[in-house]
Design a protein around this ligand. Structure first.
Ligand SMILES: [Zn+2]
Length: 49
C-alpha cells in the first residue's frame, strides 16, 4: 500500500509530499527537503493526497 500526505514544515513553512506505506503516522519523522530540519509527520500533516 502507498499513501501520500501533504505535510508542512514547522521551521520554514514549506509544503511537501510525504510517502508512507501505512496510514499510521505516529512516531514518523520527515526531514524537510528545504531547510533540512526533521519534524513529526503526524503533528504537521495537512491532508492526504
Ligand atoms: Zn523546512
Amino acid at each position: 500500500m502507498a499513501f501520500f500526505f501533504l505535510v508542512k514544515c514547522p521551521s520554514c513553512g514549506n509544503k511537501m509530499k510525504y510517502h508512507s506505506t501505512t496510514k499510521i503516522l505516529s512516531g514518523k519523522k520527515k526531514r524537510c527537503v528545504y531547510c533540512g530540519r526533521s519534524f513529526s509527520v503526524k503533528d504537521h500533516v495537512l491532508n492526504e493526497i
